[in-house]
Design a protein around this ligand. Sequence first.
Ligand SMILES: Cc1ncc(C[n+]2csc(CCOP(=O)(O)OP(=O)(O)O)c2C)c(N)n1
Length: 353
Amino acid sequence: MAKDKFEMFQVLDENGKIVNKDEMPDLSDDELQDLMYRMVYTRILDQRAVSLGRQGRLGFYAPVAGQEASMIGSHYALDKEDWIAPGYRDIPQLIWHGYPLWQSYLFSKGHFKGGQIPEGLNALVPQIIIGAQVVQTAGVALGLKKKKKDQIVITYTGDGGASQGDFYEGMNFAGAFEVPAVFVVQNNQYAISVPQDKQTAADTIAQKAVAAGIEGVQVDGMDALAVYAATKKARKDALDGKPTLIETVCYRYGPHSLSGDDPTRYRSSEEDGEWEKQDPLVRLRTYLEGKDLWSEEKENEIVEQAKADVKAAMKEAENTPRQKVSDLIEIMGNELPNNLQEQLEEYRAKESN
Ligand SMILES: Cc1ncc(C[n+]2csc(CCOP(=O)(O)OP(=O)(O)O)c2C)c(N)n1
């Protein structure tokens, strides 16, 4: 029953054809190209990050290939002033919001500078505790409402995150207090190795909105136009105090992270192949080529640009002085209590030897 009510929303099918004309978002040719540009660039960032990680030059990294439509399509519907409350995989949205790439590398390496969101950039630090950002989102959104701001908060978690207590708590609060929040669950089918059907008895994740009294929509997460359209609408509703839960049905091609899981132990190559046929980049590229808005030459330029940017950002990250224990103590507050002040001095003295 829920499956019928939460039928998957699609605009562009896997062959790059518009299948839902009425819902085609109002994007200019330039914007459509920009959306594609961002997705191609993001895939290259991902490929480079996986390679840098394998070389031991990064720390924790969660691959994003396969999820570009979900990440970039939703981010593209935001305003610069909107807030983002990301999870550890949502580095692309942060980068497109203005977080410098070199800092994302320091975040990966666990360097404190990676966690220092630049002044004026409306984003929280990527959350490692599964689901915690959903509660934070309700709080930030309440703050925006009280200050009468025309801004929303968008948060991202995974299908696994949708099983956490924090997820229900955050959405319930947002519904009750009518705050400007959008909750995105990127359903990439697995929470590390646990498939969705072992995670929940619910047919869809979108239906979990019902209990919180908010809108829920299931979207084809490999279709950037559908994700964009759904998020744009959710953003508008959020400003009217109506939060939405968006489930983007997608897939991560790579492993959960570079820290050791082996997807061949829990996924078949047939399953991988089925999802690869739905690739979000191929789909949008086919559509744009049909409108004479894309070429191989254009794409190659983006690839080269992304590679050069990675090189420069990595250089900056690697030239950043290694963090010291005193750095960690120092950033704990503007004014430190006596015991921490003492420790700070102790470590500074040790480090200068
Ligand atoms: C509260 C909490 N429990 C467990 C973990 C360990 N953990 C890290 S990632 C992960 C799976 C999350 O899967 P999902 O929410 O589907 O997101 P995805 O990684 O697929 O994007 C788990 C259980 C954690 N970080 N936080």
